[in-house]
Design a protein around this ligand. Structure first.
Ligand code: AMP
Ligand code: ZN
Length: 137
């Protein structure tokens, strides 16, 4: 299957991984809305919330919670936006279920409707390493 996130899980294309377990995978978004923007996905391919099995969804949500705590520990944001899009009408670009986690700072002025902008790969890697290191704490 020609799915970019399945390829990331399989290691066929590179990503900045921050966490992985049997069912889920978390990695940095390459077009970060803020420093620390990351994605949590099931390893098993499901396009949307409509398709994903309950068990997979629960595993993703458990990892979303762990990732939120790691973000808090590593970056000490003032807040956190989590969101998840389904279908073109909702602006979903990658058809493999994923939850966005976007750390927020008071007055950051971020508008999540804005077009994507590529981040600095070195900065994404460095922030990813800090988040990854915060998982076990
Ligand atoms: P959406 O499907 O609109 O919820 O968003 C897809 C997200 O995946 C966007 O925020 C992209 O920046 C992100 N994205 C696309 N390709 C990659 C990739 N190879 N590595 C990391 N993030 C990606
Ligand atoms: Zn996939």
């Amino acid at each position: 299957m020609d799915c970019i996130f399945c390829k990331i899980v399989a290691g066929q294309i590179p990503s900045v991984k921050i966490y992985e377990d049997d069912r889920t995978f978390a990695f940095m978004d390459i077009n970060p809305r803020t420093d620390g923007h990351c994605l949590v996905i099931p390893k098993k391919h499901s396009p949307t919330l409509f398709d994903i099995e309950e068990e997979e969804l629960q595993a993703v949500m458990a990892t979303v919670k762990k990732t939120a705590l790691a973000l808090k520990q590593a970056l000490n944001p003032d807040g956190l936006t989590s969101f998840q899009l389904n279908g073109r009408a909702a602006n979903q670009l990658v058809d493999h279920y994923h939850v966005h986690l976007v750390p927020r700072w008071a007055g950051d002025g971020v508008d999540l409707r804005h077009a994507l902008q590529a981040g600095d790969p070195e900065k994404i890697k460095a922030t990813g390493a800090r988040i990854a290191a915060a998982f076990s704490k």
